[in-house]
Design a protein around this ligand. Structure first.
Ligand SMILES: NC(=O)c1ccc[n+]([C@@H]2O[C@H](COP(=O)([O-])OP(=O)(O)OC[C@H]3O[C@@H](n4cnc5c(N)ncnc54)[C@H](OP(=O)(O)O)[C@@H]3O)[C@@H](O)[C@H]2O)c1
Length: 310
């Protein structure tokens, strides 16, 4: 099969599309014929060695949508030819024609959702759901401030917050404001021309997708008893105490196929939209990661394999 691997850490040029053996599933894994691959910022962070320098060569990519080709000996819930989506097993990579996935990390793909849009869901939607629903327990009478609201995680966060009935304030570049309102944001702030702390106060929940100064300036807009959740930089516990607030770093738990199924239902019912900005062939993995690394996507970049028929 064709798969993208790296033999050293570095720029996009270290991504190599190679011919490799099709892997065999462990008892609790399925082998999936990959149709579409969702790109996440963590993919280029791994490529550059920011997430630790694991053994090389290394497969790349996590999010996929495809069709089960083979099941491991203990798999009962999925069968050959089932259309599934999710994240790959640790030793595998989704930038490939075939990938391995542990059953706890996948869900059935609804018929009404195509592979391209299903592949755009896993990490971004799970992270947003886990932050706002599992950890912040966001309620209808609360206000949430979402930084980077037009990004992969942010755009799902806005929609999940709207689903919960919360009041939503999102920050984004001005060209994304219309898009954010369509997703359900009540107020939008152009972070390039307005200091959000000048116009926002007393929010219950903050989702920080940026870290650095954005996180530091966020404390003073949080209500006492509010919560700041960061997905990029562990918040300072002492700062949280100083402001009478709670803080937490959220790392996406990939083993939540059950949550993926629930999110897929929301998409299938039309309550949540998946915005795909660009679809490219697997052979353009380098260009796709460069787009992600640019940091100003509104929506996801998805790669398709030849089997997908695109
Ligand atoms: N902890 C975890 O498990 C986890 C999971 C998923 C993602 N992450 C991390 O979370 C971050 C966001 O991921 P993503 O997939 O949403 O990225 P993305 O799709 O690339 O989106 C980035 C967004 O950031 C916005 N932005 C850039 N500078 C900003 C600023 N100063 N203030 C506010 N917004 C700004 C951009 O908005 P405009 O285009 O409007 O300028 C863009 O929409 C990445 O660093 C990723 O690695 C962590």
């Amino acid at each position: 099969m064709k798969a993208v691997r790296i033999h050293s850490f570095g720029g996009p040029e270290v991504l190599q599309l190679e011919e490799v053996q099709i892997p065999k599933p462990q008892p609790d894994e399925v082998l999936v014929r990959v149709h579409a691959v969702g790109i996440n910022p963590v993919d280029w962070k791994i490529r550059e060695g920011h997430m630790g320098m694991g053994p090389l060569p290394q497969f790349i990519g996590s999010d996929f949508s495809g069709v089960v080709e083979l099941t491991g000996s203990s798999v009962r819930d999925f069968r050959t030819d089932d259309a599934v989506f999710g994240t790959v097993a640790d030793e595998s990579g989704s930038y490939a024609e075939y990938a391995l996935a542990t059953v706890s990390q996948i869900a059935r793909k609804p018929l009404s959702l195509d592979h391209v849009h299903a592949a755009a869901l896993p990490i971004a939607s799970l992270t947003a759901w886990q932050a706002l629903v599992d950890h912040a327990h966001l309620q209808a009478d609360q206000t949430v401030l979402i930084h980077g609201a037009a990004g992969g995680v942010g755009s799902f966060a806005v929609q999940f917050a709207a689903y919960k009935g919360a009041h939503i304030i999102g920050t984004a570049s001005v060209q994304n404001h219309h898009y954010l309102r369509e997703l359900g944001a009540d107020e939008v702030i152009d972070y390039r021309s307005v200091h959000f702390e000048d116009v926002v106060s007393d929010v219950d929940v903050i989702l920080d997708t940026q870290g650095g100064q954005t996180q530091e300036r966020s404390w003073r807009v949080l209500k006492r008893g509010g919560i700041l959740l960061s997905i990029v930089q562990p918040p300072d516990e002492q700062r949280a105490k100083d402001f009478g607030a709670r803080a937490m770093f959220v790392r996406c738990d990939h083993r939540r196929g059950d949550q993926l199924a629930r999110i897929a239902d929301l998409v299938a019912n039309g309550q949540v939209k998946v915005n795909v900005e660009k679809v490219m062939p697997l052979s353009q993995a380098r260009e796709a990661q460069q787009m992600s690394q640019g940091g100003h996507l509104h929506g996801k970049v998805v790669l398709v394999t030849e089997v997908s028929g695109h």
